[in-house]
Design a protein around this ligand. Sequence first.
Ligand code: SF4
Length: 197
Amino acid sequence: MFDAPVRRGKDSPIVRRYGAGSLGYGWPGPRQRWCTTRLKDMPREKFLRELRKQYRVKEYIGIAADEQYRLERERNKNPDHVHPLVDWNMTEEDCLRYCYGHGYDWNGLYGQFKRVSCWCCPLQSLQELRQLYKNHPALWQTLKEWDKRTWRKFRADYSAEELEVRFDFEEECLNAGKPIKGKAFFSELKRRLEVEA
Ligand code: SF4
């Protein structure tokens, strides 16, 4: 993310915007999930490639019954993929209940987050990021440090520091019984972000 010597042509939008010395992949974005490819897909494929020399490998994919739209995607149409949760009609909620019933509660993480994936993912929702800020200050601190080290802003709309300004302002509004959306909220937020910049 910070240091990989990624080769980019001089016409690459990243070089044009951030300069030729921009090292590393930076934060992932909606069209650039390099982490999924490099840290999940490639190591898994490397491992399975060896096994496939000897076996016909069946992969068990944890898509739940209420996520069947994902089966429409090309990558999920592999005939060697098995989807037991879909076959058993187990929704995400059913799965969570089943796990709780067997003593797995992930220290209450699913009470805070709808999804538990990479804690630092910039593609998670604002609500998940609010929870991270509120409940995990040490991780939030790390997130801010990483955001300063990389060329790409955490999200297109907010850096980690700007999110902090927003979440603090939301808290202030809620305590004063004011809404955290609408014109007045966003124009005051904009003013605060400009002051912090
Ligand atoms: S959850 Fe986010 S950070 Fe983690 S691999 Fe996927 S895109 Fe990357």
